[in-house]
Each structure stands twice: as structure tokens, then as C-alpha cells.
Design a protein. Structure first.
Length: 342
């Protein structure tokens, strides 16, 4: 026979209402009494029915994380899992569960969110930027459902979002290379239509313009997320009549291919060609030389997303649209010969 709240109360020599208040962390119960009741609960192996408690409170204590989930997504979008870890950490500290809801296409996002709201299966939702659409934003605003979108939408909306300042990331990369003495700087991106790439590129171009350093059209290359393609693009750059003396790479994979082309051309880094890339996920740790990176703590971004969402649940009028996570420059030997690789 299962243990009941009355059994706990009898064993602890308190009333059932006191046990209930202890389970709900009521400040009216003295710490010594609360500790005693919790010890009795543990001794009797009593575990309260969480679903029943949440039903009475009108809460699910569940938060949904909506994102594209498809084969190879861990390689194409490794940051998403660091964000998830940050979200989980912040929610767990407040007693919330995290449910991952995957979609294959952003077109599914609107119907998926409508179902979550209609079924009342969550108290709020965190939406990864890859799943954001205008239709989804309209539903969130129309229903006033607590939400945070990770990544500024590429359309005007009053939805709540947080993001990284990618424009500043591009500026940091350019400023560092210029400070190191490089003047002919190229940029290898992944997708010309990618919002993050365009923001980083514009940040880079703004610094070059301010310093009066020209950036020929042939110095801007677009490829895909493969080291083979970036190696080919780097070879094109090295074949330019006026060869660039440094290159900014969109990510570690692009940097890996660019480094291969530089080494095949028997050029030394950073003496003859400097290289900097964005993000510091594990691939950068095995490159030789280790690349200087403009890094973003996306785990912290996940923590902030969850923390802000919980605040919005308790304060529905809260409006959040902010760049909450700032990029950080980590200098290594691909731009400064004497730099420590860390």
C-alpha cells in the first residue's frame, strides 16, 4: 500500500496541512520543522503526485523548447545543444521540466505552437531561431503565450527575443586583425542569405571603411559548411593578383579548410597569412595552429533565455528584445605568433 500525506504527518507528528506547506516551500513553516518533515518523507519513501499538485495550481511546470530536429543537425547547428544545456540548467533550479519538441521544417512551427497552447501542455515556450516564422510570432502575440525566441527574427514583430550582437562580432574580428598589422583582409562565409553571416560581414566592412582599407569584391567568398569547399575558396583568394594577408572564417569548419589551403601553399601563419574565425566549439582545439576566435557563450545565452521566460510567466507585461550575450575575443597563434593557445 502506498504511503500517503497522512502517514507522513502521523510519523512527523504534524498536521497534513503542515506537510502540504512543506512540499510547497511555504515560508510560514520554520526551517527546523520543514527539515524534519522532509527527512520523514525520505524515510517513508513518500513522493508527492507532482501532476496532481500542478493541476491544483493551474500549472504544468513544463517548458517547451521548439527547434528543427533532423539528421546531422548536431554538426550543422552545434550551438543549439549548448543553448539547450543552459536552458535545462536554469529551469531545473526552479523545479521546471524541459520538453524538446522537434519540427522538420519551419512551416510546421505555427501549427505545432497552436497545438501546444490549445492542449495547455506547457507554461511557456522557448523557440530556436531556426524555427521562427511570422505566423508563429502572430500566434504567440495573439494568445499572449509566454515565450522567448533565441535569435532576433528577420522581420518586424513585438515578440520577445534575445540574441548575440553579431555585428559587434564582425567588428571585433576586423579590429583585431588590423591591430595585428593586417590590411588586406578577406572574408569566407557559408550562405549569402544567412542572417548571422550578413551581420558579421557588415560589422567587418564597417571597420574596414572607417580605417580606409579597401575590400575588393573578390575578397568576399560564399560557400557551404564543408572544409573541402572552404579550402577551394581559400585557394581562390590566394590566387588573387593582390593576395589577402588575412582571412576571417565564418566557423571552425570553414577555418579548417582555409588552413589546409594556406599550408598547401607553403605559407606560414601568422607571418604571411593571418586567420580568425567565429565560435570556439571543439574543432578549434585540434587545429594547428589553434585559431584566434571570436567566441560566444551560448550556454549562458540558454540560461538567460530560460530565466527571462520564467520572469515573463510571472510578469506577463514584460517585454524583452535585447542583445544579451556579448562576443569575446580569444587570441591565439593564427594571428599573433607569441600568443598562448588556450
Amino acid at each position: 500500500m502506498s504511503v500517503t500525506i497522512k502517514d507522513v504527518a502521523r510519523e512527523a507528528n504534524v498536521s497534513p496541512s503542515t506537510v502540504s506547506k512543506v512540499m510547497n516551500d511555504s515560508p510560514s513553516i520554520p526551517d527546523i520543522t520543514a527539515q524534519h518533515v522532509k527527512e520523514v518523507m525520505k524515510k517513508l519513501h513518500y513522493y508527492p503526485n507532482v501532476q496532481a499538485r500542478n493541476f491544483v495550481k493551474g500549472k504544468t511546470m513544463n517548458i517547451v523548447f521548439l527547434a528543427k530536429i533532423e539528421p546531422h543537425i548536431a554538426f550543422e547547428n552545434p550551438h543549439m545543444f549548448d543553448i539547450l544545456c543552459g536552458v535545462y540548467e536554469a529551469l531545473a533550479q526552479k523545479g521546471y521540466n524541459l520538453s524538446i519538441v522537434g519540427i522538420h521544417d519551419s512551416k510546421e512551427s505555427t501549427a505545432t505552437v497552436e497545438r501546444i497552447i490549445a492542449q495547455k501542455s506547457a507554461d511557456g515556450i522557448i523557440v530556436h531561431g531556426s524555427s521562427t516564422t511570422e505566423g508563429l510570432a502572430d500566434i504567440l502575440l495573439k494568445t499572449h503565450f509566454p515565450h522567448i525566441i533565441v535569435g532576433k527574427p528577420n522581420f518586424k514583430s513585438q515578440v520577445c527575443w534575445i540574441d548575440v550582437n553579431h555585428f559587434l562580432s564582425g567588428q571585433l574580428a576586423a579590429e583585431h586583425l588590423c591591430k595585428c598589422g593586417f590590411k588586406k583582409i578577406a572574408f569566407i562565409g557559408i550562405n549569402v542569405d544567412d542572417k548571422i553571416f550578413s551581420q558579421r560581414l557588415n560589422g567587418f566592412l564597417s571597420v574596414m571603411k572607417k580605417k580606409g582599407l579597401p575590400v575588393p569584391n573578390e575578397y568576399i567568398k560564399y560557400g557551404n559548411n564543408s572544409s573541402k569547399k572552404s579550402c577551394s575558396l581559400m585557394n581562390e583568394l590566394l590566387s588573387c593578383p593582390s593576395r589577402p594577408d588575412a582571412v576571417i572564417c565564418e566557423d571552425n569548419v570553414v577555418a579548417f579548410g582555409a588552413m589546409r589551403a594556406i599550408k598547401q601553399s607553403c605559407l606560414k601563419m601568422p607571418d604571411e597569412v593571418g586567420l580568425i574565425c567565429f565560435d570556439n566549439y571543439p574543432l578549434s582545439e585540434i587545429m594547428d595552429p589553434m585559431p584566434t576566435v571570436v567566441d560566444v557563450n551560448v550556454h549562458d545565452m540558454g540560461v538567460q533565455a530560460a530565466t527571462l521566460l520564467l520572469r515573463k510567466i510571472h510578469h506577463p507585461e514584460l517585454q524583452v528584445q535585447a542583445f544579451t550575450t556579448m562576443p569575446v575575443l580569444k587570441i591565439r597563434s593564427s594571428t599573433v605568433a607569441s600568443a598562448a593557445n588556450n
